[in-house]
Design a protein around this ligand. Structure first.
Ligand SMILES: Nc1nc2c(ncn2[C@@H]2O[C@H](COP(=O)(O)OP(=O)(O)OP(=O)(O)O)[C@@H](O)[C@H]2O)c(=O)[nH]1
Ligand SMILES: [Zn+2]
Length: 188
């Protein structure tokens, strides 16, 4: 990541809004923002598939595995302000191809650390799991609050956006999909 370029650009923005980038409180802000962008956009140079280590299990589990309520923070590509919430990621393994539970959350983290659309975030997680694990099915539900809809513009704090992506058996089998959705809603 070109941190020097980010620093110059942030300095330009501070000048453009009528601030003095050399005053004490702002002097280090371009540097801080460059460091922060390196962290919150780290997913741009990472492949989420790399996290999905495969364990071939002797005892084959070919039923739903669901990790729910995984918190995430991302950045909306339209306004570069945060959107954040929870993701629920489920899959039905095939041929003993399981992965570690934390690896599903690592996929979410990588994909969310990019300028994003909630729809693309949701679909990319589902497609990554399909490509690497070739499971019977994948279901991903993401619920998020967008700061671009709360702190500015339409100003609707508390409004939630829900997106889902289903692949494989969850596309064709309404009962399997309904069961997974019921578990995602269970206790919430
Ligand atoms: N589909 C989708 N839209 C998003 C997401 N994040 C932000 N948006 C929307 O992107 C749209 C951008 O609309 P524009 O009309 O180009 O920008 P704007 O004038 O700032 O829009 P307002 O937010 O309505 O003031 C807005 O409707 C946002 O709510 C997202 O993850 N998915
Ligand atoms: Zn936005």
């Amino acid at each position: 990541m070109d941190k020097a370029k980010i620093e110059r650009a942030v300095r330009d923005i501070l000048e453009a809004i009528g601030e003095n980038p050399d005053r004490e409180g702002l002097r280090d802000t371009p540097k801080r923002i460059a460091r922060m962008y390196e962290e919150i956009f780290a997913g741009l140079k990472a492949d989420p598939k790399d996290h999905l280590e495969i364990y071939f299990e002797e005892e084959k589990h070919e039923e739903l595995v669901l990790v729910k309520d995984i918190p995430f923070f991302s950045v909306c590509e339209h306004h570069l302000v945060p959107f954040y919430g929870k993701a629920h990621i489920g899959y039905i393994p095939k041929g003993g191809k399981l992965t570690g539970l934390s690896k599903l959350a690592r996929v979410l983290d990588t994909v969310s650390k990019r300028p994003q659309l909630q729809e693309r975030l949701t679909a990319t997680i589902a497609d990554t799991i399909v490509e690497k694990l070739h499971p019977h099915g994948v279901i991903v539900v993401v619920e998020a609050e967008h700061m671009c809809m709360t702190m500015r513009g339409i100003k609707k704090p508390g409004s939630k956006t829900l997106t889902s992506a289903v692949r494989g058996i969850f596309q064709d089998d309404a009962k399997a999909r309904a069961e997974a959705m019921a578990l995602i809603n269970f206790g919430s």
